[in-house]
Design a protein around this ligand. Structure first.
Ligand code: HDE
Length: 682
């Protein structure tokens, strides 16, 4: 709980009214009857059967029996937090939405990050797209930006979504594999629905292995409209840019972290918010004038396409700060009902057929998952007033007074009354619609490979090698040789080099198709061009009794000053004493810690080191090294890892005479984060 933080806002105040604190209160039934014994059921004799009249046991068990609601069909595993959004400057030229007009407003937000494919209990570091869904509790009502961490999607039309999801979910005959794309039905879908080509490239890149939710971009994906007070509409794409940059795991690391800490992502978010390292994301807009609707060689209504940032720049307009953890995950994160159809005046839809499908699906799923009156739940209620003639339904919470529940009426003076657009009412943008009713794909949606190639062209050599590895892994797990070959042939349309290299890895034939001739690239797509900071990165510090007390403390203090987070690891938990009487409390033993969960490692060692300590420390160092992460070592530490043969390699820094020099070299290494050049070195 967050009693000691005061990041309150209108939404938090509203939620507080629904909170119940049971501490130091008498135990009671839900009917308010005080309970004298909560351990024994009511029996006929002390060894006899339990009696049906035991209303206390019946209530307790039957409520327990209904504790679960259906998990989300997709994005089942997720984690959320509260925060605020603030504009840098008014965007009234673009939109009349109050939260985009008034820079003095702090709009409360709730964010739910998620993994798409896995079930509610899935491992969080699987290769997967991440959901990035934000509910803005604005003065005009709730606006939901239900996006992903990838700017394009697999399919172009909502009607195909169940097919995509049936293909990616565990195969129904044996429910294997959980939360993974590396299986036959998924790749069979991809090869036979080639509009997924661009998305296929994105998901095989490191974007699907984010270092944490704090280091990933968010995208609204679809083209939306913004509409200003003069009624002028423009096309817009929404972007979230993480202030700490976009960073990812390497595949081997992600797999191992999944074992060491399957809750890695929620833990990272939760811990950082608790520690006051509030994650920040800037909101950006790509804006297109209506007249430019047909100015590109792709259709702006096609969700498998992005607008290259070099052609349509992202204008940064404000910042979201996540500053408060939830009080109760079920009540808030699980019951939140996000919906791309929740828009406010100043924002509107386009004819993107994927978006159009979503507009139906989300309300439908919330009614099925949470219930008819889901909008009344504390987490879903807007912070502005709600008045209408909707009534009743299962679990109705509001007590609507009066006898009039219809419109028009005279008995209640025709209230609640409608509000014209000029006074704040929502009015749909009157876009022109024409044409015959047809069940077809527009010809302008048919180029599937140019942007897939654009993505490939934009990758750094390291990113390209990771994409090749990812395809080799995923297709290598596909049992059907026919499916493997179909995917290789599809990839041939994107890059002959990519397809032939992977074909060789998975025992398939080189493709017989011509690769895309698109020579464009978009530097904004490469994570190599992101920003790098040491802030909030975790350093595992391995110490043993007799360590150099004063220099270790001065080094750690310098690191803490630049925002690095320190985890002290030793053979056992408790307190370890170094020279000069310096004592340090141990956070993790070599057993409860893990060689893979730290962003960097500092091996301090000490004068007392037993064989277990040495072997384990070497194991920690080897994993760090193989994952290209910084390693620092004192002279004791260097002796321990001597026979790994990594001393002198890039990003392996040994302490010299001056602790302060070492401290700053290590900070530089942490800022760089990965030493890819080791791939050539080792
Ligand atoms: Fe979703 N999606 N989706 N989706 N989606 C759901 O809604 C659906 C799509 C996204 O944290 C479901 O409340 C259809 C694109 C996120 O609560 C469901 C189509 C994008 C979340 C649903 C799409 C998303 C969902 C499941 C194709 C990125 C999690 C439970 C027309 C822009 C929200 C729920 C949260 C959740 C349907 C495509 C993102 C079934 C039919 C494209 C982040 O309604």
């Amino acid at each position: 709980m967050n009693e000691n933080t005061d990041n309150s806002n209108k939404k938090i105040d509203q939620l507080k009214a629904a909170e119940r604190d049971d501490y130091d209160q008498p135990l009671s039934s839900n009917e308010g009857v005080k309970i004298s014994n909560d351990e024994d059921s009511l029996k006929a004799g002390d060894r006899g059967p339990t009696l049906l009249e035991d209303f206390l046991m019946r209530e307790k068990l039957s409520h327990f029996d209904r504790e679960r609601i259906p998990e989300r069909v997709v994005h089942a595993r997720g984690f959320g937090a509260h925060g605020i959004f603030k504009l840098y400057a008014s965007q009234q030229e673009l939109s009349m939405a109050s939260f985009l007009v008034d820079p003095s407003l702090e709009t409360p937000v709730f964010v739910r990050f998620s993994e798409v494919a896995g079930s509610k209990g899935a491992n969080e570091t699987n290769r997967d797209v991440r959901g990035f869904a934000v509910k803005f509790y604005t003065e005009d009502g709730n606006f939901d930006l239900v996006g992903n961490n990838i700017p394009v999607f697999f399919i172009q039309d909502g009607i195909k979504f169940p097919d995509l999801i049936h293909a990616v979910k565990p195969e129904p005959n044996n429910e294997i594999p959980q939360g993974q794309t590396a299986h036959d039905t998924f790749w069979d879908f991809i090869a036979n629905n080639q509009e997924s080509a661009a998305m296929m490239m994105w998901i095989m890149s490191d974007r699907t292995l984010p270092r944490s939710f704090r280091f990933m971009e968010g995208f609204g994906v679809h083209t939306f409209r913004v509409v200003n007070a003069q009624g002028i509409s423009r096309f817009v794409k929404f972007h979230w840019k993480p202030v700490l940059g976009i960073h990812s795991f390497v595949w081997d690391e992600a797999q191992k972290i999944g074992g060491a800490d399957p809750d890695f992502h929620r833990r990272d978010l939760w811990e950082n918010i608790e520690a006051g390292n509030f994650p920040e994301y800037e909101l950006g807009l790509q804006v297109l004038e209506e007249k430019d609707e047909f100015a590109f060689d792709f259709d702006i209504l096609d969700a498998t396409k992005l607008w290259p940032e070099e052609i349509v720049p992202v204008q940064i307009i404000g910042k979201m700060t996540l500053n408060r953890n939830v009080a109760n995950v079920f009540a808030e994160t699980e019951q939140i009902a996000l919906h791309p159809g929740n828009i406010v005046r100043g924002i509107d839809f386009t004819n993107d057929p994927l978006l159009q499908g979503r507009l139906f699906s989300y309300t439908d799923t919330q009614v099925a998952r949470v219930g008819t009156n889901y909008q009344e739940l504390p987490i879903n209620r807007p912070v502005c007033p709600v008045h209408n003639n909707q009534r009743d339904g299962k679990s109705r919470y509001t007590i609507n007074t009066g006898r009039v529940a219809y419109h028009n009426n005279s008995l209640a003076d025709n209230t609640p009354y409608t509000v014209p657009g000029t006074k704040g009412g929502f009015v749909t943008y009157p876009s022109t619609v024409e044409g015959q009713k047809l069940r077809v794909t527009a010809p302008s949606f048919l180029d599937h490979f140019s942007q897939a190639r654009l993505f490939w062209n934009s990758m750094s050599p390291v990113e390209k090698s990771h994409i090749i590895q990812a395809f080799s892994f995923e297709l290598g797990k596909v049992k059907s040789m026919s499916v493997r070959q179909q995917v290789i042939d599809m990839m041939g349309n994107i890059s002959t080099l990519l397809a032939t290299t992977v074909a060789d890895q998975v025992g398939a034939q080189a493709p017989q198709v011509k690769e895309s001739q698109n020579t464009q690239s978009s530097p904004a797509l490469s994570m190599a061009n992101t920003v790098f900071y040491p802030n909030t990165l975790k350093v595992g510090v391995i110490i043993a009794p007799g360590f150099n007390g004063p220099s270790t403390i001065s080094i750690l203090n310098e690191w803490i000053r630049v925002g690095l987070r320190i985890v002290i690891i030793s053979q056992k938990q408790g307190v370890v004493e170094g020279t000069d009487g310096v004592k340090i409390k141990v956070d993790d033993s070599l057993l409860t810690g893990s060689p893979v969960v730290y962003d960097g490692l500092y091996i301090v060692g000490g004068t007392y080191e037993d064989p277990y300590f040495v072997t384990k420390t070497q194991q920690y160092a080897a994993e760090q090294y193989n994952h290209f992460k910084p390693i620092g070592a004192s002279t004791y530490g260097a002796a321990i890892i001597q026979n790994l043969g990594i001393l002198g390699a890039p990003g392996v820094i040994v302490e010299g005479e001056n602790p302060s020099d070492f401290a700053s070299q290590f900070i530089q290494a942490m800022t760089k984060q990965r030493f890819w050049e080791r791939a050539q070195y080792s």
